[in-house]
Structure formats: structure tokens, C-alpha cells
Design a protein around this ligand. Sequence first.
Ligand code: HEC
Length: 154
Amino acid sequence: MYRHQRLITSGKSFLLATLLFGMLAPKMAYASESADSRSAIWLSDGQRSAILAEMRQFLTASQTILQAALAEDMAEVEQSARAVGLQQARGVPAELRAKLPEGFVKLGPQVHIGFEEIADEAVTMGDSQVILQRLAEVQKLCIQCHAVYRLERE
Ligand code: HEC
């Protein structure tokens, strides 16, 4: 009888433990995933929005270039790559530039140069394999920077 009781009790605590674990485990996993070791860059609301808008342009350009290269549409490759090329890099205001860490300032222009080279390839040899290769290289820079920095509001 006593043994039987114990079995029921331990059955109940097992059930309770399972329930609790089920409720807590996702939170624990979430907590460890959200531990963010990237360096924060502190910006005004406007500066942060401007950089994020540029980022979305990068993603749009990358997708358009990929699709246009596959379709051998070199005019489209050139146009979308040029839009995020060196011209865009020159537009960064001095007070924003001053807040950006050195690593960020180094990687940014490399991306613009990479896109500029894609645009040049499109109007010269127009080899889609070369364009895809360059795009793959540019995207390594995206990944490199994203691994290190995050943007925060001041
Ligand atoms: C010099 C550093 C750097 C480079 C290079 C870079 N990014 Fe970013 N990107 C960032 C940072 C920092 C954020 C904000 C991340 C955060 O705060 O969590 C970001 C955010 C983004 C976002 C989110 C935009 C939004 O509206 O929230 C996209 C999309 C993006 N990047 C695409 C790209 C692509 C595509 C490339 C390469 C062609 C690229 N980025 C290159 C630093 C960079």
C-alpha cells in the first residue's frame, strides 16, 4: 500500500517535472540564443534607420543581381550593382562616420567596391559566372560584419 502510494506520488512528480521542463526548456533555449555578444554601435534614431535602409538596399541589390545574372540580363546587373556601388558610399555624413568603429568603416567600402566591380564586369565581359563569384565574395563581407556588430539607439 505504502509502496503503491509512493509510486503514484513519484508518478505525479515525474509528470510535474515533465510539465515544468516543457514550460521552461524553450525559455532556456531562447535565453541562450539571445545572449548577444556582438558589439553595439550607438546611433541616433535617424542614423540607425539610414544604415538599416542601406542594408535593405544591399539585400535587394544582391537578389536582383543574382536573378539577372542567371537570366544573362547584364543591363539589369549593372543598374542594380551601380546603385549600391561607390556612389552610395560617398553619401555617408561625417557625424555618422565618426561614430562608426574602425572595423565597420573598413568593411563598408569593401562591399561598395565589390558591387562596383560587379557593375563593371556587367558592362565589359558580361560573364555571369564571374558576377556570381563576385557576389558570393561580397556576401562573405555581409556575414563577417553581421557577426560582429549590432546597431542600438542612443
Ligand atoms: C560594415 C558592416 C556591415 C556590412 C558590410 C553589411 N551589413 Fe547588413 N547590417 C549591419 C548591422 C550592424 C546591422 C544591424 C544588425 C542589428 O542591429 O541586429 C545590419 C542589418 C542588416 C539587415 C536588416 C535591415 C533591417 O531593416 O533591419 C539586412 C537585410 C542587411 N544588414 C543586409 C546586408 C547585406 C545583404 C549585406 C552585404 C551585401 C550587408 N548587410 C553588409 C552591418 C553590416
